[in-house]
Design a binder for this molecule. Structure first.
Ligand code: HMG
Ligand code: MG
Length: 308
């Protein structure tokens, strides 16, 4: 299988990148981040969560964020919805896509959404039905697909099982998520190969956290499996509140640099994303962990100084 000619990059920074921040990030900053991302060319931005504010306080302002953003035609604004209450919030907020999120590991399911895998699927059923009724796209996210912080190894069959259940709920897209960034390329290929037997390959996506520095290698491995959708977080922001020690998603700037080098179309302007990475890491007082982002910023600054 050759490499795809084009990929869709789903920017998850406003949700996955920020959800773990201890200090509340002002709503206006979240809105500016999303607006700048849509202007840079992202066609899909994971923008907020409609979850319990007791569980994830940083996402408590989802309705205000969604009300404040400028909707760019052709851009999908996605939000996380763990239950019907979340769906109602998402619908009122005019989300284009809802994300139901489960896990391939029982232990993680309990810690993240306080129920078993089977209970989570039962809870997602009315959410998926309501989304279909209202014509809202549904994405399913499978956490711990390459390993679990509590259980360790996760069998490929467990991932396939959840993907099949999400497919039965009518998911338009399904994310294979390496929540704690432990996966390596051969494992990544094996998992995508297996799940592509039960769900269309072109609607599968790779959601890689970069804890062990393997995310770009895993993305390349997934490209070789014909995967065409990848999630990334600008400046590499993030971490999961229910996966101690897990770092952020792979940095968007690094993914764009890789895709540009491979000659794969993304429709996104890297230089604008580098500037956005600088903006958001400064705004939240976090180091920018994108290697390409930092290198390009340093290059731009040295070019500016050498001109004077
Ligand atoms: P629970 O405590 O079992 O449920 O939580 P509950 O129904 O008893 O609700 C608890 C409280 O939350 C109640 O309030 C509810 O009203 C309220 P109280 O009566 O105590 O005042 N509540 C809500 N409030 C607002 N919006 C809602 C909502 N639902 C209940 N939708 C629940 C169960 C699922 C709600 C909870 O566990 C939860 O919200 N979990 C969210 C966890 C989360 O957001 N995790 C991070 C996102 S997933 C992720 O990062 C992984 C991903 O990136 C992929 C990867 O990397 O692996 C996607
Ligand atoms: Mg994640």
């Amino acid at each position: 299988m050759g490499l795809p000619q084009a990929v869709k990059i789903v920017e998850v920074g406003p949700r996955d990148g920020l959800q773990n921040e201890k200090d509340f990030v002002p709503t206006a900053v979240k809105i500016e981040l999303i607006n700048r991302l849509s202007a840079a060319g992202f066609r899909n931005i994971e923008s907020a969560s409609f979850v319990s504010p007791k569980w994830v306080p940083q996402m408590a302002d989802g309705a205000d964020v969604m009300a404040g953003i400028e909707r760019r035609p052709g851009t999908l604004y996605s939000v996380l919805t763990p239950n019907l209450r979340g769906f109602e919030g998402a619908l009122a907020a005019r989300a284009d896509e809802i994300v139901i999120f489960g896990a391939a590991s029982e232990a993680f399911s309990q810690r993240n959404i306080n129920c078993s895998i089977a209970e989570s699927i039962a809870r997602f059923e009315p959410v998926a039905q309501a989304a279909k009724q209202h014509g809202v796209r549904i994405r399913g996210s499978v956490s711990c697909a390459l390993g679990c912080p509590y259980q360790g190894e996760v069998p490929v069959e467990s991932v396939v099982d959840v993907v099949e259940r999400f497919a039965a709920l009518g998911c338009d897209e399904i994310d294979i998520a390496d929540t704690i960034g432990v996966g390596t390329p051969n494992r990544t290929r094996a998992v995508f190969d297996a799940v592509a037997q039960v769900f269309p390959r072109e609607r599968l996506s790779g959601h890689f956290h970069d804890t062990y520095g393997q995310a770009l290698a895993n993305i390349h491995a997934a490209l070789l499996e014909g995967i065409e959708i990848f999630h990334a977080s600008v400046a590499g922001l993030g971490g999961c509140p229910y996966a101690k020690g897990a770092t952020g998603n792979v940095a968007t700037e690094d993914v764009l640099y890789l895709m540009n080098g491979l000659g794969i179309e993304t429709g996104i302007d890297l230089s604008q994303v580098v500037a956005i990475g600088d903006f958001i890491s400064t705004a939240v007082g976090k180091p920018n962990v994108s290697r390409a982002g930092k290198a390009l910023l340093a290059k731009a600054r040295s070019e500016q100084t050498s001109c004077v």
